[in-house]
Design a protein. Structure first.
Length: 298
């Protein structure tokens, strides 16, 4: 099935939308998405899409991650917070298959997995969007979105029409309306537009987990809002999202859950209601907090 069909349904933003049930083919959200949200685990709760337990990683004498547990549930945005050098990027790279952890386990949809390469991560449906490295500057938007996965007609020629249509529909479905032409080189886009194209690419390729490393750093107010809207759209359609941000406005604007790393250890992880700005800052800067979310001393 051509991606445009589900993408236009994605654009409808209707909570009763049955799009996911009828999905087949390489492009689009997988059929099983609604069930993933409510898979019971042994404790009677829901099984996160990705679950890390006891993950450790060191570089020489530097213990970058120590016994880290992390849950990334489908249909929710988890903000990963932490000061410079806390281990956020290393944790992201463990999940993305760039730095496989030395110890610990990763469970995907309840199954033990070994993510050893970026290819393994992509195969599972994990896409990582880096602020600067995600796109090839000299290529246009369509070429970027299909890079390495180009569609052919007759087995030889690039099917430009098909790729253009799918790229345009995905961008429209995500309400990305400020791009003048999908044939313009990515180098000519603003930071927010680049981010939007990178996210749209992740959505187009059946991703189930999208990780955004500092997506709004260096973005203006309007562009930041656009990226926040995109993040909400991803979660509304059942994807798990992990967002790394130093910007607590971002975190409180989009996150359902917060996880805080301090010197490589996970020191707090809970739903957003357990936090306020002050205790997040406490956890980020000291590894602990004596306050409850309401500001009272615990
Ligand atoms: N390839 C590497 N080789 C050696 N040490 C590394 C490597 N990558 C990360 N580290 C170390 O691991 C620790 C965690 O780094 P990481 O990049 O994950 O921090 P971060 O939380 O992403 O910080 P920032 O907010 O500054 O991006 C740091 O002490 C860093 O120096
Ligand atoms: Mg980092």
């Amino acid at each position: 099935m051509l991606g445009s069909e589900w993408m236009s349904r994605l654009a409808s933003n209707d909570p009763k939308d049955e799009v996911m049930e009828s999905m087949t083919g390489t492009v689009g959200l997988p059929e099983s998405r609604p069930q993933e949200k409510a898979r019971p685990d042994s404790a009677g709760g829901t099984e996160p899409l990705l679950k890390l337990r006891g993950v450790s990683k060191h570089f020489g004498a530097v213990q970058a991650l120590y016994m880290v547990d992390l849950d990334l549930p489908a249909g929710q945005v988890t903000a990963l917070c932490g000061d410079n050098g806390a281990g956020k990027s290393v944790l992201t790279k463990c999940i993305a298959g760039i730095h496989p952890p030395e110890t610990g386990e990763m469970h995907w949809e309840g199954r033990l997995v070994h993510i050893r390469t970026p290819r393994d991560a992509a195969h599972l449906g994990i896409e990582t969007v880096y602020q600067d490295l995600a796109l090839a500057d000299n290529l246009d938007i369509v070429q970027n979105m299909f890079l390495g996965r180009e569609r052919l007609s007759g087995g030889v020629f690039l099917n430009e029409d098909d790729m253009e249509r799918a790229a345009a529909t995905t961008l429209a479905s995500l309400k990305v309306t400020t791009v003048r032409s999908i044939r313009q080189p990515v180098a000519t886009l603003s930071g927010g537009q680049r981010q939007a194209v990178a996210v749209a690419k992740a959505v187009m390729w059946n991703s189930k987990l999208v990780i955004l490393d500092e997506p709004t750093a260096a973005l203006g107010v309007a562009q930041t809002k656009m990226v926040q809207d995109l993040v909400r759209r991803l979660k509304d359609h059942g994807l798990a999202v992990m967002i790394i941000s130093h910007n607590l406005n971002d975190v409180f604007a989009v996150a359902d859950r917060i996880a805080v790393l301090y010197l490589g250890r996970m020191v707090a992880q809970d739903s957003i209601s357990a936090f306020d700005r002050q205790n997040v800052v406490d956890y980020m800067t000291t590894g602990e907090s004596s306050r409850s979310a309401s500001g009272r001393r615990a």
